[in-house]
Design a protein around this ligand. Structure first.
Ligand SMILES: C[S@@+](CC[C@H](N)C(=O)[O-])C[C@H]1O[C@@H](n2cnc3c(N)ncnc32)[C@H](O)[C@@H]1O
Length: 430
């Protein structure tokens, strides 16, 4: 279907003898346009072949520990919804049984958990059990207590997350890398590519988060400076694009908190200087002194009350109560923090508030973009465990240098991923 054909049909349309022929030709054009749009979309697919669809499905089954007991049928692409359907089979003594299917988003490579047969159904079909109708009323399970130790991982957080067990984390608090805002950050080829990477990390975070727990994100619009005097600078509304990603990945929106900095903090951006001199309408640009702290919850049918009443250790619930002097409104006035070692840290005070309000003592707090480890320090200070992932060596060095000082008492054992235990190295060197 190409443009030429559409042009030719349009020509006939103009001179068509009857309205019946006209209607027929219009329908034909519409159909051809639709097909052209579809094939344009197909060019953008990141999962293009049967083998690629099977690889994504295989990794997904691996994360469920089911890859050894299942096989795949022939994946089919569904270009109405831009997805691949990968049948999951069990082959046993010459018979083949379909257990379900894995649905892969062709544009993003992500598995759509909503459309994919659930782990429970796959497992019970593997065991030949009945599911669905005959379900007996079961007792309400208590919330899970994670067995993860304090962990520091060096490398790409998408990869490190893929090795993190399901439902092993109780809170995610992080601030993402800025999209090309500063040269020292990762450069992405396009904003779409940046968002896709973020979506993959949010997807993994959803999997590792415990039922009904929170993902809190510190994020703000990004200023792309003008390349020359004749061009305008651009502001990208990053928080609103993140909101879409959270909703697509199975989170519900809970709150937008505004972190307010003192006025002086925003002047460094240069915004508002021109207006303050000329005072021309339309040139008005406010000096940005706020950042968002967006709060999302992993979708669940459980009420918050369930986390509190069914928690297996009621002493922890009592000890985690938030003291007087907490933030009553969604305007949090906090001074920004600066570090010689990192250009964009958030203040310890911000991390502490988030941790106190959105987790219980002994919970596991994950920061997939850990920087110099502010979230880890705040977690320890408030008797929580931490999981920190960071891919820049210099920032990792800072974490290693300071981690002992985070603990009042002796430092407990830490899981060091993708690197040697720095403290063993220390002893070895002595
Ligand atoms: C905004 S900073 C976070 C700073 C941190 N909140 C602190 O207070 O130190 C984002 C961090 O994410 C890291 N980063 C970016 N992409 C990453 C990835 N794919 N995996 C792991 N870390 C990444 C950057 O190196 C940077 O240190």
């Amino acid at each position: 279907m190409n443009r030429k054909e559409i042009v030719v049909i349009s020509k006939y349309l103009r001179t068509a003898p009857t309205s019946k022929v006209k209607n027929f030709l219009s329908l034909l054009i519409e159909k051809k346009l639709m097909m052209t749009r579809k094939s344009n979309k197909k060019d953008k697919y990141k999962v293009k072949t049967v083998t690629e669809a099977k690889t994504v499905a295989k990794n997904y089954l691996k994360s469920l520990d089911l890859e050894k007991v299942t096989e795949f049928g022939l994946p089919e692409v569904d270009d109405r919804y831009h997805i691949w359907r990968v049948p999951v089979l069990r082959k046993d003594k010459g018979t083949t049984e379909k257990l379900g299917e894995i649905v892969v988003d062709a544009e993003t490579t992500l598995v759509s958990e909503k459309k994919t047969t659930s782990k429970e159904v796959l497992e019970s079909r593997l065991l030949g059990r009945q599911t669905g109708k005959k379900k007996r009323r079961t007792k309400v399970e208590p919330p899970k207590i994670s067995s993860l130790r304090n962990t520091v991982g060096f490398g790409d957080s998408e990869e490190l997350l893929s090795e993190t067990p399901n439902e092993s984390v109780d809170l995610v608090f992080t601030s993402p890398p800025y999209f090309n805002a500063r040269p020292e950050y990762a450069e992405y080829l396009s904003y779409e590519e940046y968002l896709l990477k973020m979506r993959k990390i949010i997807h993994q975070a959803h999997r590792v988060l415990n039922e009904g727990r929170f993902f809190v994100l510190n994020v703000s619009p990004v200023l792309i400076r003008r390349a020359s005097r004749s061009e305008a600078s651009k502001r990208i509304a990053v928080p609103f694009d993140f909101h879409q990603l959270f909703i697509q990945e199975g989170f519900e929106f809970i709150d937008d908190i505004h972190w307010v900095k003192p006025e002086g903090a925003g002047w460094a951006t240069g915004r508002g200087r021109r207006f303050s001199a000329d005072r021309n309408p339309l040139q008005y640009k406010p000096v940005p002194v706020t950042e968002y702290v967006l709060v999302y919850r992993k979708k669940t049918d459980k009420l918050i009350d369930w986390h509190i009443r069914k928690h297996p250790d009621q002493k922890i619930i009592e000890e985690s109560k938030v003291e007087d002097g907490y933030e009553v409104t969604n305007l949090w006035k906090i001074h920004p923090a600066y570090s010689k070692k990192h250009p964009a840290i958030f203040p310890l005070e911000l991390a502490e508030k988030v941790i106190k309000y959105y987790s219980f003592k002994n919970d596991v707090v994950l920061d997939p973009f850990a920087g110099i480890g502010t979230t880890g320090k705040a977690a320890v200070k408030n008797d929580r465990r931490f999981v920190l992932f960071e891919r820049e060596e210099d920032y990792m060095k800072e974490i290693k240098k300071n981690i002992k000082s985070w603990f009042k008492a002796e430092m407990p054992k830490i899981n060091w991923l993708n690197m040697a235990n720095p403290f063993n190295e220390e002893t070895a060197a002595k």
